[in-house]
Design a protein around this ligand. Structure first.
Ligand SMILES: [Zn+2]
Length: 214
């Protein structure tokens, strides 16, 4: 069962990566079929197998030899591992991680992500709260969105802050501290200049790491 779940997860990771690539370029999620982003050649079936194809192709396009980003392999293995933890009790956190994971993939490419992700993940975040807490935290979320639209040079993206708020609600303050520490350390390690950088990938990377450790 673990192996089957890993295979499904690797396929899901491959699909999420493709969807994020298409979000970044504004392409349709449905057309055209999978192709190399550089030479546009449609991929054969054996080049579409998650994990195995990357290893078989040694990380390069079969036709034009353009390097395939290694993050593709990391994502396929990562989502595969994540899905091996699927049980009826973990459907909610895995869906939550999956939605934010997709946001992070888009953020890594464009420093933005589709706004509907926050609202789709929100019911999963506040699932176990009392009604008054749901109203209070939703007002906080709306407050962030309202203020950030009016702040010309924010120090942190509203998406990052929304995920931090969601994480506190979902996992509590102590877990949030551990999570932020690792995410920030990863981001600092990778930071190359003083320009803007996408923070969601580090936040979600750290969240996935903590989930797998737990
Ligand atoms: Zn190519």
């Amino acid at each position: 069962m673990t192996i089957i779940l890993f295979i499904y997860g690797a396929c899901l990771g491959s699909w999420l990566t493709a969807m994020a690539d298409r979000y970044a370029t504004g392409a349709s999620p449905f057309y055209p079929a999978s192709h190399c982003d550089t030479c546009q050649t449609p991929l054969a079936y054996w080049q579409l197998v998650p994990v195995l194809s990357y290893l078989l192709l040694r990380g390069r396009c079969h036709y034009c030899q353009q390097r395939i980003p290694p993050t593709t392999l990391v994502l396929e293995v990562g989502v595969g591992l994540l899905l091996t933890t699927l049980t009826p009790a973990t459907v909610r956190p895995l869906l939550w991680l999956g939605l934010w994971g997709f946001a992070a993939l888009c953020d890594a490419r464009t420093q933005t992500f589709p706004g509907w992700i926050v609202w789709l993940a929100w019911p999963l975040t506040v699932w176990q709260l009392s009604w008054s807490a749901v109203i209070l935290t939703t007002l906080l979320l709306l407050g962030i969105q309202f203020l950030w639209q009016r702040w010309p040079t924010p120090l942190i993206g509203d998406g990052d802050l929304e995920l931090i708020l969601a994480y506190i609600i979902y996992w509590g303050v102590t877990a949030t501290a551990h999570w932020l520490l690792i995410a920030s350390a990863l981001a600092l390690w990778r930071a190359r200049d003083r320009g803007r950088m996408a923070f969601l990938p580090y936040l979600v990377g750290s969240a996935v790491g903590w989930w797998l450790i737990r």
